[in-house]
Design a protein around this ligand. Sequence first.
Ligand SMILES: Cc1ncc(COP(=O)(O)O)c(C=O)c1O
Length: 450
Amino acid sequence: MEGGSTPPWPYPNVASCQATPTVELGGAVEVGASEQPMEEKLSEASKRAAPSPIQQLSHLAQRVGAVNLAEGFPDFPAPAHVKAAAAAAIAADLNQYRHVQGVCDVLAATMKRDHGFDVDPLTDFAICCGQSEAFAAAVFAIIDPGDEVLLFDPAYETYQTCIELARGVPVYVPLDPPSWTLDADKFLKSFTSRTKAVVLNSPHNPTGKVFSKEELLIISQACQQMDCFAITDEVYEYITYDENKHISLASLPGMQQRTIITSSLSKTYSVTGWRIGWACAAANIATAIRNIHVKLTDSAPAPFQEAALIALTSTPDYYESLKKDYAERRDFILQLLKNYGFHISFKPQGSVFVFAELPKSWQISDIDFVTNLINNAGVAAVPGRGFFHTDADDQSYHHRYVRFAFCKSDETLKAAAQKMMKLVKSNEKVPHDTQSFCVSKKGRNEHVTK
Ligand SMILES: Cc1ncc(COP(=O)(O)O)c(C=O)c1O
């Protein structure tokens, strides 16, 4: 730099910063330096990913020490044989960047056993940091700016942000309550020449729906006719109830080469914090996903990949007792909600959530209901509106659902039941109309948030 001259980049001194200066760029073009805070320069996608009022409710729940039926992670121990494998891997100093090929070998055998299709363990997998990273890498691998991605509404929250980060356009197709049925007509009309992919999460968060064979056929035929990808999220694949069976979309004729399966250890083995997941796709697509995964995180946690080998080779009785235990938890919470005054019209078929509709006579929104449940019963759940995205003809139902997670220990579920029923008893003299279960004795319309 020449002594004493103006730097050739816009670098105002402190005094000029305070006075909203004019900065000379290279001495030729004058640009008004703005006092715009740096925060305003954040990307649009990051602004849309900011915590919602619903996450603020979760902070309220933490502050008051509410029993947590809000968040979808287990609060009971992971299986002992799986934890022992992780501890052994750390003790053996398997602590560096790592790809454990055995995980892909076991997953390939599992897919053959469960879904009947052949995948090549050497070429068709990317081991990622949970389903979350597998999904993000899959989206980044296939979505160009302006590509449309069909999602079913309501939907788990993270898909949209990933699609937007790739500059794709999420297009929501509403499922029809109360059973969250796929309306073929609405679905087919949502395709355009820009549709690149359909996202399918089954068993489904938040509704507990398991997509039927008929619905999967509609999706598979549309994907083939419109020549687009499917990305599946199958994290609840082993948690289904009654006669409901999880069918992987990739197992339907013509779908394997256009489907990217994503899943993880998180829910099946109660290890959401271990961050082990995978994407499985045809070799050339899996290679693209792996290339992106390497740039995002390089590799999934090494000791937990080793433990995954043990987890994924659990004996059949592990999966049977997983289902049985979850079915008991589901039935417990359904009974509790019934005692509380809910009329459950859709029993979860899979996953770990009840998406309960507020009774028609309770003239209260989902947010107010949850706020009051936290404040007065000391129990946290999630207002349903955060899962909805479409402008349905009749949107009123978007504010009428509350999600309860039952992936909780017996102690937690019993504590929640005790607290909720105590509130019911304290309100016994209040007619079971609008807000009888939602108010404190002190005031019928006390709301913390709006
Ligand atoms: C439908 C669904 N997909 C994915 C995830 C996250 O999975 P992972 O922990 O493997 O990233 C969750 C977690 O709640 C979920 O509900």
